[in-house]
Design a protein around this ligand. Structure first.
Ligand SMILES: Cc1ncc(COP(=O)(O)O)c(C=O)c1O
Length: 438
């Protein structure tokens, strides 16, 4: 899809970004190191970032933006926070990687265990993908079963067994599956539409005794922002228990985002296992999986399920995580995020409706999304009814007004403690203007 952008009219000069991206395309596949960054679903070329601070980003042409991507979730206290940077430079003076135990691992593990209801023991890894890959092996090792149920439009990283009806970049690029994934790798992956009670029941009936786990984004962020229907998560808790299967919450995105204890605390449903990432690394590469002690004791070297990592528990990632969690644990964090994000989404949706567009949206704490459709949106099929071309025009219009949204209809947005009421007001004013133009 091509989107024409009259950048001179919009007062947006992107010359340096365009030169840098043209060069990047010769150096890296598609010019990027992660697909959604390439702006494929909104057309045009990505802007190349020079620096970030608080709620803002600056590109290499010197344009400033209010940022609602937040590095895809980690930046909950704002970018390049002074205290986190100070702590990082102190840690850095002692070295960047030990490949041996360090005290910082204990500190972050204690913080995670005391915060997340399901986690009695945790293993740190380097990305959300790695966490999901390992948790699946663990669920299979514990139950002795091989089948898993995942939901259409949910993204659990790019490991082979999850690249079936996946969200995020897979949805954005319209790849139903990926070439290179052997049939055998996804043979045991069963899928159901999100929020579909009877589809899950049917899968349990037709695969009696064979299902190791149900894995779910407890609030979806990877097909846009979609919340679970009342009772859907408690239904999954019940049916997994009845069938001796495990319930896994993939909280890579929702962990420490919806509340300090994640979606499981927010909804009061405790899974057996949980994956984390993003926020717990405070902007450095990290992931984690954890859960009941009897299950986690299977992980090597405590038990026989192998999983390891050269840079796992890296002191820099641990430091950024510890200081980020310390900050968001302070009273008022989630009330503030909920307030500003509610105002933001309501403001955008109202402005869109006033301009005559079909639009719906929602938020929980500092996570939000909106679709160009009347809604309601309960699953990926509903999300796909959103007018993607209109979203692309909206995206570019907002960019020209100095607002950086996720460059895809199928991604959630994020606010941070650094976003001010003024940022929100400016964003809504920009949306009012852009809605009239698209
Ligand atoms: C819910 C969820 N799980 C897993 C992942 C994969 O994490 P990573 O990109 O760190 O590998 C993501 C990434 O966005 C995610 O949102």
């Amino acid at each position: 899809m091509t989107v024409s952008i009259d950048s001179s009219k919009k007062n947006l000069t992107l010359t340096k970004s365009q030169e840098a991206f043209t060069a990047a395309k010769e150096l890296m596949p598609g010019g990027v190191n992660s697909p959604v960054r390439a702006f494929k679903s909104v057309g045009g070329q990505p802007i190349v970032i020079d620096s970030v601070k608080g709620s803002h980003m600056t590109d290499i042409d010197g344009n400033h933006y209010i940022d609602y991507v937040g590095s895809w979730g980690p930046a909950i206290i704002g970018h390049a926070d002074d205290q986190v940077l100070a702590a990082l430079s102190e840690t850095m003076r002692k070295g960047t990687s030990f490949g041996a135990p360090c005290l910082l691992e204990n500190s972050l593990a204690e913080a995670v265990i005391s915060a997340v209801p399901s986690i009695e023991m945790v293993r740190f890894v380097n990305s959300g993908t790695e966490a999901c890959m390992a948790v699946l092996r663990l669920a299979r090792a514990f139950t002795g079963n091989e089948k898993i149920i995942k939901f259409e439009g949910c993204y659990h990283g790019h490991a082979d067994p999850f690249l079936v009806k996946a969200g995020s970049g897979v949805a954005t690029l319209g790849l139903p599956d990926s070439p290179g994934v052997p049939k055998g790798a996804t043979y045991e992956t069963l899928t159901a539409p999100y929020n579909d009670f009877s589809a899950v029941e049917k899968l349990f009936e037709s695969n009696k005794g064979g299902i190791a786990a149900v894995i779910i984004e407890p609030v979806v962020g990877n097909s846009g922002f979609i919340t679970p229907k009342p009772d859907f998560l408690s239904f999954l808790r019940k049916i997994t228990k009845e069938n001796n299967s495990l319930l896994i919450f993939d909280e890579v995105m929702t962990g420490f985002r919806l509340s300090y204890g994640g979606a499981q605390e927010y909804f009061g449903i405790t899974p057996d296992l949980t994956t984390l990432g993003k926020i717990i690394g405070g902007g450095l590469p990290v992931g984690a999986y954890g859960g009941r002690k009897d299950i986690m004791q299977l992980v090597a070297p405590a038990g026989p399920m192998y999983q390891g990592g050269t840079l796992s528990g890296n002191p820099l990632a641990m430091t950024a995580g510890i200081h980020t969690l310390k900050r968001i644990k302070e009273p008022g964090t989630y009330e503030y995020l909920d307030k500003i994000t509610g105002e933001l989404v309501q403001g955008i949706v109202n402005a869109g409706k006033r301009a005559g567009h079909a639009i719906c949206g929602g938020h929980i704490s500092g996570m939000f999304g909106f679709f160009f459709t009347e809604g309601p949106v309960y699953n990926f099929a509903d999300a796909k009814k959103s007018d993607a071309d209109k979203f692309a025009r909206f995206f570019w219009g907002m960019l020209a007004e100095g607002v950086y949204l996720a460059p895809s209809q199928f991604e959630a947005g994020f606010t941070s403690l650094a976003h001010t009421s003024d940022d929100i007001k400016k964003t809504i004013a920009a949306a009012e203007k852009v809605f009239r133009e698209i």
